[in-house]
Design a protein around this ligand. Structure first.
Ligand code: ADP
Ligand code: MG
Length: 346
């Protein structure tokens, strides 16, 4: 009798241990994180994801980013965008669902910004050569010629065949002002598909903060000081599951005659934008919206930019102007925390 009770007890303890061990092995170890740095879309990519499936998910994200780069880069002759550009004025090009979606969405932002954001900017960007070895102030007659080519209304979209056509020869699309936003959203979708609950996707400062941080608190995102090196902030915001995208003229530029010539071109002057904004940060649910808006509003300048962002539901902004003032839209008023007293928070 005693022997049987002992045996049953022993069996129960053994069973319990097996159950406990297997729970431990199969449970999603929340604190397990993977950090991966790579290079894609012309920028440094940093991915940090938590959970046991993080490694596989991140591999898939990197593949997707490279796929987007291959389809949309103007620096790759075989890309779908390059094919649209080389057939400008001649024939339309059938493109993938991704490229079609992004161009269509980009055209919406061209229109919303009243043409300050214009993805047919490529002839001007190429002429300036900013970020390349041959950057220079162009001849004014060259500029005048290229300005005439810039007009997003010449992009003809055929929904049924998913094809894109540029009306005039020499017109060229450049998705550099919005592709990283699209890519960040795609990256997020892949992580979510793999059941990742907490992650930071950083595509050269174009950030998506998935879920909360691993301690169950909002992610704290620093807003870059536009006059200091990367990683020095003017303030902090707390966000959950949102995109944070900044446009500014302070990272890609060249200096000539003591003047800075940066990479965001005002389509109406042909010159780098000279608005009062040093940086424009957009906080939104989708990064494509943040990226699509940030470039245009940077060019538009402060009063117009604030009005535009206030008019779009669910989207907020933080602006730093050339008087070192920080202006935020209503949804950020209780969120933005100034950490740098060289700046004035309005
Ligand atoms: P970044 O790519 O540096 O994060 P942006 O999202 O503001 O910053 O995009 C800037 C890029 O957009 C430029 O490098 C250029 O390729 C393109 N671009 C420049 N001016 C314009 C413009 N007025 N409209 C649309 N795209 C632009
Ligand atoms: Mg942008």
């Amino acid at each position: 009798m005693l022997f049987t009770i002992k045996a049953v007890l022993f069996a129960m303890i053994a069973l319990l241990s097996i159950i406990l061990i297997s729970i431990f092995i199969t449970s999603d170890n929340k604190n397990y994180s993977i950090v991966r740095d790579s290079y894609s879309l012309g920028t440094i990519v940093q991915l940090k994801a938590y959970g046991s499936k993080a490694e596989k998910a991140i591999e898939e994200v990197i593949d997707k980013l490279n796929e987007i780069d291959n389809k949309m880069s103007v620096f790759k002759g075989y890309s779908e965008v390059s094919k649209i550009n080389t057939s400008a004025g001649e024939e339309s090009q059938v493109v993938s669902k991704d490229t079609y979606f992004l161009i269509k969405k980009a055209v919406e932002y061209c229109s919303i910004s009243g043409g300050a954001f214009d993805i047919t900017i490529r002839p001007l960007v190429e002429l300036w050569g900013i970020g390349k070895d041959n950057s220079q102030i162009p001849e004014s007659n060259e500029l005048t010629k290229k300005i005439k080519l810039v007009n997003y209304k010449d992009i003809v979209l055929h929904e049924d065949t998913k094809s894109v056509f540029l009306r005039n020869k020499e017109q060229q699309i450049d998705l550099g002002g919005i592709a990283k936003g699209f890519a960040a959203d795609e990256a997020k979708n892949i992580l979510v598909k793999h059941n990742i609950k907490n992650a930071i996707i950083d595509l050269g400062g174009n950030i998506f903060a998935l879920g909360k941080n691993v301690n169950g608190l909002p992610w704290r995102i620093g807003i870059q000081d536009p006059l200091k090196s990367r990683g020095q902030f003017v303030g902090i915001i707390n966000i959950i599951n949102k995109s944070v995208v900044t446009s500014g003229g302070y990272e890609r530029y060249f200096i000539q005659d003591d003047k800075i010539f940066h990479h965001i071109i005002n389509p109406s002057t042909g010159y780098p934008s000279e608005s009062d904004i040093l940086s424009a940060t957009i906080i939104s649910d989708y990064s494509i919206d943040g990226d699509g808006l940030s470039t245009g509003i940077y060019i538009m300048g402060l009063p117009k930019a604030i009005d535009l962002i206030e008019s779009i539901k669910g989207v907020d902004a933080i602006f730093i102007n050339n008087n070192k003032e920080i202006h935020v839209t209503s949804g950020m008023r209780n969120n933005f925390i100034l950490t740098n007293n060289e700046y004035v928070y309005n």
